[in-house]
Design a protein around this ligand. Structure first.
Ligand code: NAP
Length: 239
């Protein structure tokens, strides 16, 4: 049975990726950091659909010991989805080393070292790694310098690992445009949301399912590696 690990898989886009890969027959390992209840509820739903098809695992991915423990607990893996991420503004004038490390460690260091430590198990299945990037990896979002840099890093990581881990492991990326509005400290005003929506050629936000279907497509595309697909409703046409 093919197995997929989705980091940050308890909520929002990660939860939809878990559900979509599960519908395609994958067994799912749902990683979470704080969202224990949501992760367990999702695993229960998936296990109701198919017995013993979903488990949960907790890890703080900015911590290398947690990454090591998580990797060592995994015996079989076909797809690693590096989805977990943090997103909030860091205007250059206000950025601090703490915000740098928080964002870079979660968004870039963790996917790199998780990929490194799962190479052995992915080699055994000729598996793949799929990274959640962002269209702002290419064209920056104002006042989000550290986030932009972290996503530019994971875009390059996708290509460099695709080269180095071939021919046995494929590495691809999905770059979402506007899919689910950010929450908490990154929340947008209605005016900011409208400004963003006006730049999307297809005139609306995408859905988590749009992203999950692209992850599934890449997971099952055995002759694609090193590619990053933008799923942005044509937003980059107007950036
Ligand atoms: N939402 C969008 O419209 C959009 C647009 C462009 C790109 N993306 C990218 O698509 C992916 C999913 O987006 P999203 O909005 O669904 O993500 P999200 O809700 O911001 O974050 C997903 C999960 O990441 C986990 N996480 C954060 N920091 C962590 C850490 N230090 N260690 C372990 N887990 C950590 C959290 O898990 P817990 O809840 O368990 O703590 C969180 O639920 C992200 O990579 C994002 O950058 C999203």
């Amino acid at each position: 049975m093919k197995t997929a690990l989705i980091t940050g898989g308890a909520q929002r886009i990660g939860a939809q990726i878990a559900q979509t890969l599960h519908n395609d027959g994958y067994n799912i390992i749902i990683h979470y950091r704080h969202s224990k209840q949501a992760a367990e509820t999702l695993a229960q739903e998936l296990n109701t659909q198919r017995n013993n098809s979903a488990t949960t695992i907790q890890a703080e991915l900015s911590n290398l010991d947690d990454i090591k423990a998580l990797s060592q607990s995994i015996e079989r893996l076909d797809v690693l989805v590096n989805n977990a991420s943090v997103f909030y503004p860091t205007p250059v004038k206000e950025a601090t080393p703490d915000t740098w490390y928080t964002i870079m460690n979660t968004n870039l260091m963790a996917p790199f070292f998780l990929s490194q430590s799962l190479t052995n198990v992915l080699n055994k299945t000729s598996g793949c790694i799929i990274n959640l990037v962002d269209i702002h990896a290419q064209r920056p979002l104002k006042n989000h310098a550290i986030y932009n840099i972290s996503k530019a890093g994971i875009a390059m990581m996708t290509k460099t690992l695709a080269k180095e881990l071939a021919p046995n492991i494929r590495v691809c990326g999905v770059s979402p445009g506007s899919i689910i509005w950010p929450e908490n400290e990154a929340e947008l005003t209605d005016a900011q949301k409208n400004k963003m929506l006006n730049k999307i050629a297809l005139g609306k936000q995408g859905s988590a399912l749009d992203i999950a279907n692209t992850v599934l497509f890449l997971a099952n595309s055995s002759y694609i590696t090193g590619q990053i697909i933008s799923v942005d409703g044509g937003r980059t046409l107007n950036q």
